[in-house]
Design a protein around this ligand. Structure first.
Ligand code: ASP
Length: 434
């Protein structure tokens, strides 16, 4: 019998997880789910996070070291960052066009949504987190990229940019030293890299079970929020339509213009990573799988993927920026403010920067939304807290969806950069499907 492709197994896991969650909700199995199902989801996510730092480290060093000259690195780097920026601005613009056309917040009865204490508390927590981000001058982000201690940096997945910085520096130095002195070091990182990719394969065998537990647990958590989702349906649907446009129109167009890859093939190759992005709501946790899929199943060379993807997971979030644009205007509309051109342009700028600054973890986009809201000239700051509380209930489900777009965007750019650099190899049908 033909073996079922991984993405089918994951889809089955997801569907069964949702079905389980619905049944568990009906039968009141909340404690059982919390005690016996959810931990498996957490273990699965932990496993993915566990290998993120070593993977980025080893593959980036290997990738940089295999570039024969450093000028290539700056060319690939420049290209990558430019495409990331353009795709983010496209995403924000789509978000703004949609929300200004659909106007989901106009005539919205904001008092119709009963806010629980939990929601208020959650919104306030996000505001506190945003205050920490805001401290520091305009160059703070550069200061934050340069670690003072590599072990310190490597001990926290949130410091991925610092790890990337050190790995690139290490790789560059490696290239500058005569070959005979670095043979062993290169061999060492080569070996480590292969071992870690093998670990990714092992972890992926557990993916169908992992997503079952993650989604089962989430549906039990959501329980009461179905009602909330309906009352915020117009807003949620606006975000979702925008995200779909990115996946179904913008990325296929980009791939068509810059590569020879058929979107169907791209989609098949990247699908398992998209499903993990959906189930974990974290581009960082998904990163090892995104890298493995791009290299082994889409044919992106390691030199490109090892640089483009970790960077993308941290700074390229098209889904997040689109969501921020829609959410910011929705909140303004719901509170009766109409935003002029200056306000909208401010959103383009701040949502782009905010998505770059957002950590690749669940809920990070909402923290940065506070900064977007705070920068819109027409909006008074006292609507930030009630505005967040308004959309808080549906944020997790939208987070799951925007993370899919974030990951797809990274993979698209990796494919484009690889193709334009002549580093995209043809893949066989079997590699695509496995
Ligand atoms: N969860 C998103 C990610 O990891 C970030 C966000 O929008 O909250 O890509």
């Amino acid at each position: 019998m033909k073996k079922l492709a991984l993405h089918w197994k994951i889809i089955i896991g997801m569907v069964l997880g949702v079905v389980y969650g619905l049944i568990a909700n009906q039968l009141g199995w909340v404690d059982f789910t919390n005690d016996w199902i959810k931990p498996w989801g957490k273990i699965f996510v932990n496993l993915l996070k566990l290998i993120a730092v070593p993977l980025v480290f080893a593959s980036l060093i290997k990738g940089v070291a295999s570039l024969s000259d450093i000028s290539k690195l700056s060319r690939i780097g420049g290209k990558t960052i430019a495409i990331y920026l353009v795709s983010t601005v496209i995403a924000v613009t789509i978000g703004l066009l949609l929300v200004n056309t659909v106007k989901p917040g106009e005539g919205f009865d904001k008092d119709s949504i009963s806010k629980t204490e939990q929601i208020e508390e959650g919104a306030n927590k996000k505001i506190k987190a945003a205050e920490n981000v805001k401290d520091g001058g305009p160059l703070q982000f550069l200061v934050d990229i340069v670690p003072t201690n590599i072990f310190d940096a490597a001990s926290n997945n949130r410091n991925m940019l610092q790890v990337i910085f050190f790995a690139i520096l290490f790789g560059i130095a490696l290239v500058m030293i005569p070959n005979e002195k670095t043979t062993y070091v290169k061999g060492f990182f080569d070996g480590i890299n292969d071992i870690i990719l093998q670990i990714v394969d092992i972890i992926m065998m557990a993916a169908p079970y992992g997503v079952f537990a993650l989604l089962g647990g989430l549906v039990v958590d959501f329980g009461a929020s179905a009602e909330l989702f309906i009352s915020l349906a117009k807003y949620s649907v606006t975000v979702i339509v925008g995200l779909l446009l990115m996946i179904l129109v913008v990325y296929p167009l980009i791939l068509k213009i810059f590569t020879k890859m058929k979107y169907k093939d791209f989609f098949k190759g990247i699908m398992p990573a998209q499903m993990l992005a959906f189930s974990t709501s974290s581009s960082a946790a998904t990163l090892p799988v995104t890298m493995e899929r791009c290299e082994d199943h889409l044919g992106v060379s390691e030199e490109v993927s090892s640089f483009v993807l970790p960077l993308g997971a941290t700074i390229n979030m098209d889904g997040t920026s689109l969501y921020q644009a829609v959410a910011a205007v929705f909140i303004a509309q719901a509170f009766g403010y109409s935003l002029g051109l200056t306000d909208q342009l401010t959103i383009v700028l701040t949502a782009t920067l905010a998505s770059i600054g957002a950590a690749a973890v669940p809920g990070a986009g909402m923290i940065m939304l506070i900064i977007v809201l705070g920068s819109i000239p027409t909006l008074p700051s006292d609507i930030i807290a009630p505005g967040l509380a308004l959309i808080f209930g549906v944020d997790r489900i939208l987070d799951m969806m925007r993370t899919v777009v974030n990951v797809t965007g990274d993979a698209t750019v990796a494919t484009v950069v690889a193709s334009t650099e002549g580093k995209l190899k043809e893949v066989t049908e079997e590699e695509l499907m496995s």
